[in-house]
Ligand binder design. Structure first.
Ligand code: TTJ
Length: 656
């Protein structure tokens, strides 16, 4: 404790010297305590110091510029990854105020970057949008940056201020002049390698998030640019239609049930509400909710308000128009939401979050606001567009019937398994060990690969389940058919966990579920079908990291009786370069079935020598993962082909 105090006093002295002032206010003590606390426990402020936290810094700064856009003063944001992995964010807003703030006795800009929670909150500047972990402010980014430089362009002058690890290194100065009409803010920072485990930015991660931000902020143009050598690229996101276009984007690759995206917008009790929705011909419900542009994966009051409004408005409409007869029961919310893609976006001044991870909106005004706005506008829309009302109603009634049939089928299976005990599928070649922790199951495609897989496995710990041909695409099939499918039933019983509400991870029979298909387009397709099944019925298996994809080699290269295996075209070229082409024999594996037992074991199955890819998914990825699956699964041939050609890029991490 004593040491800590001395350190603090040292810091204060340093700060004083830099400022050249003899006395310091209570404010300054607070500042130092604040930013030191951020450096001591960064996780408290940005969630983690992994790659996720690293990217969070960018969102934090960009969110400030987005606030300025929401207030109506900024049209464009440019985010650049520079060659040293520093980030520069430029906007064309009014510029952070540079005049002295009375209360703090220093420039407002300095306050923004040195006082916790001060980011963006100036009186009367439009929406104050911050919530959850986000909006903790620019000062947190400053505290966690090795250096950070801010430039403000306004009134024909260029102002600049510099910091290092949160402390002022150069006070606010006018460094030059600019065009009188130019205005905006530029923030350039380098995350501190002492704080972050990972310091290399991932373009795709930033791209997904910035695209989402652009969808949520109508008409704002966001450009992401990578200036790192060899991987230079840029993308611009600009959506005049806002979340309406977001829904169209999410429904890409599926057939919409009606041409319009239904859109509701309004304001009530200080809650600004926007909802966009459209049904497609799939059976999945995809609702994404946001509060102040921040994703709320656990939903909350805004989601509840929407569901209530949709169920009531729709049933009322169906009854009034005799689409539902008097003796028929109401359609359930679930039936109405089958195949629905929807974005709910609310903006509130001071949102309250609940739940363990503080990701669930608790503000009750949001429920009332969403409910009344959606009720009123959806009812009006349905009255004006009876053909849409009819299409929705027909689909919901089919959903209702299918759900009843599925319930019957499930009850039957449950009763059957209660009576007979759960038999393992006949085709399963099980392993001997009964400790799930030590066991793995290989799901292999076709019977030809079964032979070598059976012989090449470790009999004690590795089981093999062969599936015949292409498995059912569960995103395009009704539940009752899913329950009827032999291949799917085989997987469910082999895994042991059950599905949906019956899912129980403690019953998992294998610690690793490994999908092993041919290294070609068909194999990638089959792997995706299997992943789609797992993702839809037992997502916890993916979330908890139990699902893997085996990596069989593409080439067998032989020279002087020595074997080399190449897992990609690049690796193949590299090996040839290294060993030379003279006297080298090359064969391409067309499928798993072509490998002999030893080859398959060594290259693909043996934990000592194989490479596995772990399929991973976190809540942030959900939207992107959904798109990945539906693009591949959908009816529209073109995006699917493009997708497969891009080499089945699921969200995958290397498992070493
Ligand atoms: C606040 O109200 C008076 C006029 O300026 C408003 C403001 O703060 N604007 C503003 C802040 N525009 N851009 C920012 C900003 C941009 C970045 C990239 C980072 C930060 C911390 C703020």
């Amino acid at each position: 404790m004593a040491i800590e105090k001395n350190e603090k006093e040292d810091l204060l002295r340093e700060e004083q010297m830099m400022k050249g002032s003899a006395d310091y206010s209570a404010d300054q003590i607070q500042i130092l305590e604040g930013l030191e606390a951020v450096r001591k426990r960064p996780g408290m402020y940005i969630g983690s110091t992994s790659s996720r936290g690293l990217h969070h810094l960018v969102y934090e700064i960009v969110d400030n510029a987005v606030d300025e856009a929401l207030a109506g003063f900024c049209d464009e944001i440019l985010v650049t990854i520079l060659p040293d992995n520093s980030i520069r964010v430029i906007d064309d807003g009014r510029g952070i105020p540079v005049d002295i703030q009375k209360k703090a006795g220093k420039p407002a800009l300095e306050v923004v970057f040195t006082i916790l929670h001060a980011g963006g909150k100036f009186g009367g500047s439009g929406y104050k949008v911050s919530g959850g972990l986000h909006g903790v402010g620019a000062s947190v980014v400053n505290a966690l940056s090795l250096w950070l430089e801010v430039s403000v362009y306004k009134d024909g002058k260029i102002y600049q201020m510099k910091f290092a690890r949160g402390k002022v290194t150069e006070p606010l100065t006018v460094i030059g002049t600019c065009d009188k009409d130019k205005h905006g803010t530029e923030v350039h920072f380098l995350p501190d390698p002492e704080i972050f485990e990972e310091t290399v930015y991932d373009y795709e991660t930033l791209k997904i998030r910035l695209r989402e931000t652009a969808f949520l902020t109508k008409a704002l143009k966001i450009t992401l640019k990578d200036e790192r050598e060899g991987i230079e690229q840029e993308h611009t996101f600009h959506y005049e239609g806002g979340i309406k276009e977001f829904v169209t984007y999410l429904n890409k690759g599926k057939e919409p049930l009606y041409p319009d995206v239904i859109y509701c917008e309004g304001q009530r009790d200080g809650v600004f509400v926007e909802v966009a929705m459209q049904h497609n011909d799939s059976y999945n419900e995809n609702i994404y909710t946001f509060v102040n542009n921040i994703n709320t994966p656990e939903g909350g009051t805004h989601l509840t308000g929407f569901k209530n409004a949709l169920t009531k408005a729709f049933n009322d409409y169906a009854r009034a128009h005799k689409l539902l007869k008097d003796n028929e029961p109401n359609l359930s919310g679930e039936d109405i939401r089958e195949g629905l893609t929807c974005i709910i976006s609310v903006k509130i001044e001071d949102p309250q979050f609940e739940g363990q991870t503080k990701q669930k909106l608790g503000t009750s005004e949001a429920q009332t606001a969403v409910q009344s706005i959606v009720s009123e506008q959806l009812t009006y829309y349905l009255e004006q567009n009876p053909s849409v009302g009819k299409a929705m109603c027909e689909k919901s009634i089919l959903a209702q019937r299918a759900r009843a049939a599925a319930r019957k089928a499930r009850d039957l299976t449950r009763r059957k398994s209660a009576l007979e005990g759960v038999g393992l599928p006949g085709k399963l070649v099980d392993c001997n060990n009964r400790d799930p922790e030590k066991c793995e199951i290989f799901i292999v495609e076709g019977d030809s690969a079964l032979g070598p897989a059976k012989d090449g496995r470790n009999v004690d710990t590795q089981a093999v389940l062969p599936l015949r041909g292409k498995i059912l695409n569960v995103q395009k099939a009704r539940l009752d058919h899913v329950y009827d499918n032999e291949e799917i039933k085989g997987m469910i019983t082999a895994f042991g966990t059950g599905i949906n509400e019956d899912f129980d991870i403690s019953k998992l029979r294998y610690n690793k579920i490994i999908i092993m298909t041919d290294a070609d387009v068909d194999g990638a397709h089959i792997a995706t079908l299997m992943l789609t099944f797992i993702y839809n019925f037992m997502p916890e298996l993916i979330k908890q990291g139990h699902v893997f994809i085996a990596q069989p080699p593409l080439f067998n290269i032989t020279k002087n009786k020595q074997h080399y295996y190449a897992y990609s075209d690049e690796e193949y070229q590299d090996i040839l370069k290294k060993i030379g082409t003279d006297g080298t024999d090359v064969s391409r594996f067309k499928g798993l079935g072509e490998m002999d037992t030893e080859e398959l074991a060594e290259t693909t199955m043996d934990p000592e020598t194989r490479t596995l890819l772990r399929v991973n998914m976190n809540d942030d990825d959900k939207a992107e993962l959904d798109l990945t699956f539906t693009t591949l699964m959908g009816d529209q041939v073109e995006p699917r082909r493009e997708f497969i050609e891009q080499n089945a890029r699921y969200v995958i991490n290397l498992d070493v």
